[in-house]
Design a protein around this ligand. Structure first.
Ligand SMILES: CC(=O)SCCNC(=O)CCNC(=O)[C@H](O)C(C)(C)COP(=O)(O)OP(=O)(O)OC[C@H]1O[C@@H](n2cnc3c(N)ncnc32)[C@H](O)[C@@H]1OP(=O)(O)O
Ligand SMILES: CC(C)C(=O)C(=O)O
Length: 519
């Protein structure tokens, strides 16, 4: 990386702090091996600076930063240090193994922090800035200085701190919105004013480090870039203290997608983003919200019919980036209660079905009914539904209505209505159990008594809302026929499977009779 000290180029350096600020999220601690894995991934995807940890925090952090520093191929490896000599020495010792190491030292600048956290005057802090940056520069050439809680710091004092840091040799000046308090216009003005008014500001790269407490971390970071900052501190999945940091994937894709409005670029290979998100989420045990920009499960998924129709006509109707550009294999058109005919037809085609108009309309109606009752409609559900529809389309006898009452130690009664070639017939029959009552009712309604050879039920998919797949095999007058139906309700599935088998017996009997007549 040839990092220049000019801020008027369009190259934005990506400083990833997943392993430091990200790991500060409660519950997000990573093991040594996980940190090495994440660092390797960041290095490979083109992250310019990896903040690998806070070496004074623990021996484990020191070891992780040292090991990452030894292994890094391209990225600068940074270690964080308070404005304390021991912290700086420890950070220097950890990053010295890197091909390019950086000490990142910080001190509070805001009145509230000076009064309550540091218990120091502004004069004392100014002195500390000079001393700590000087100490760091004596250890390494690449030194970043941050003013903690900069966005709640009066401009005149912040400008003095920045000037002192640059004069002492800081090569990067970071202006953190530590508590996520700023808004884009204000943050823009702050960075712009510092760059324009601090003497020698061109000797350092200005950097953003924005937290997401008000949901504006990415917007503030981009405002900082527009104002002249050329380093953005961010994390994979927006991990970080409290509501997190600016999300790396959002910064990168905003710059890549909106080059017209944001004419800046990074050297990140965005096709690694989806994988990076998954690996960090797994390492930290922090699930990514479904609707998370760029990498969420739903970022490239569409369920509503109008959107699906548009997507099938031209993906640009509802997608501003291709899934491939962020490493996601393909857009998914999720079948659900909001889907329309266009997507349903396309899905059936994918599954290998092309139905005639009537069959398609009937199957679509049944699909909508199913989707109304079932949270997830899987491919297996659709296959079962279409097979069922295709198998029953010619049925002479159809189930019109059914209710079953059952009680432990009491009666099991089925009341059902079937339509026999248009004529409805209703019966009410008891049995030894619910299924027995249903089968007895059907037999009475159709006026036949086929022998039940087999009856079984299994689930089409997992979950308590899975469809039941019922199989029935009947034998009558030496002929055997099977029926199968998938339905959310096991008893309805059983009734329909029985009728399906019985209808097939009728067809076979009809065919046999026709064959006999022809002979
Ligand atoms: C905005 C940020 O993200 S800053 C980074 C925050 N990250 C972390 O704190 C994670 C790692 N931290 C740790 O492991 C520990 O806090 C340590 C090792 C750094 C310090 O532990 P301890 O010595 O036990 O101190 P403790 O955490 O209780 O308090 C922090 C101390 O650092 C001081 N301090 C905080 N920031 C700075 C700073 N930038 N420069 C100098 N001193 C600082 C505080 O004033 C306090 O000092 P005090 O004890 O004299 O009042
Ligand atoms: C240490 C600094 C950069 C920080 O994390 C913050 O201010 O949020």
């Amino acid at each position: 990386m040839s990092q220049t000290s000019q801020s008027n180029t369009d190259r934005v350096y990506i400083f990833d702090t997943t392993l430091r600020d990200g790991e500060q999220s409660p519950g997000a601690t990573m093991t040594h091996e996980e940190k090495l894995q994440v660092a390797e991934l960041l290095d490979n995807m083109g992250v310019d600076i990896i903040e690998a940890g806070f070496p004074i925090a623990s021996n484990g952090d020191f070891e992780a930063v040292s090991e990452i520093a030894r292994r890094s191929k391209n990225a600068v490896i940074a270690g964080l240090a308070r404005a304390i000599p021991a912290d700086i020495d420890r950070a220097g010792a950890a990053v010295k193994h890197a091909r390019r190491g950086r000490i990142h030292t910080f001190v509070s600048t805001s009145p509230i922090h000076l009064a309550h956290q540091m218990r120091k005057t502004q004069e004392e802090v100014l002195e500390i800035v000079t001393q700590t940056v000087t100490q760091s520069r004596n250890l390494i050439d690449d030194v970043e200085w941050s003013g903690m809680d900069a966005t709640r710091t009066p401009m005149d004092f912040l400008a003095k701190c920045v000037e002192a840091a640059i004069n002492a040799g800081a090569t990067t000046i970071n202006i953190p919105d530590t508590v996520g308090y700023s808004v884009p216009e204000e943050y823009y003005e702050m960075i712009k004013t510092l760059i324009e008014t601090v003497p020698n500001s061109d000797k350092a790269i200005f950097s953003t480090h924005c937290h997401n407490d008000l949901g504006m971390a990415v917007a503030n970071s981009l405002a900082g870039v527009r104002a002249g900052a050329r380093q953005v501190e961010c994390t994979i999945n927006g991990l970080g203290e409290r509501a997190g940091n600016a999300a790396l994937e959002e910064i990168v894709m905003a710059l890549q997608t909106r080059g017209d409005a944001l004419p800046y670029h990074t050297e990140i290979d965005a096709t690694h983003l989806a994988r990076a998100s998954k690996i960090v989420a797994a390492a930290c045990n922090f699930p990514v919200q479904y609707n998370k920009a760029i990498v969420g499960k739903n970022a490239f998924a569409h369920e509503s019919g109008i959107h699906q129709d548009g997507m099938l006509k031209n993906a640009e109707t509802y997608e501003i980036m291709t899934p491939a550009s962020v490493g996601i294999k393909e857009t998914s058109l999720v079948m659900g209660k909001h889907s329309g005919r266009a997507a349903f037809k396309d899905k059936l085609k994918d599954l290998g079905y092309e139905l005639g108009d009537n069959a398609f309309q009937e199957t679509f109606v049944r699909f909508k009914e199913l989707a109304d009752r079932k949270k997830n409609v899987y491919d297996e559900d659709l296959i079962a539904l279409v097979d069922d529809e295709m198998g029953s389309i010619e049925d002479k006898i159809k189930l019109v209505a059914m209710s079953v009452s059952s009680s432990i130690g009491g009666d099991h009664v089925c009341q059902l209505t079937v339509s026999v070639e248009g004529d409805e017939k209703s019966v009410k029959v008891a049995g030894t159990g619910s299924v027995d009552a249903i089968f007895n009712a059907i037999k009475e309604a159709v006026g036949a008594d086929p022998h039940l050879v087999h009856y079984g039920v299994d689930a089409v998919t997992g979950g308590t809302d899975a469809q039941a797949n019922a199989h029935v095999r009947l034998e009558m007058n030496g002929r055997i026929a099977s029926g199968r139906t998938a339905e959310p309700d096991t008893l309805v599935a059983s009734a329909r499977a029985y009728l399906n088998a019985y209808n097939r017996l009728l067809v076979e009997r009809g065919a046999a009779a026709q064959g006999a007549m022809a002979g």
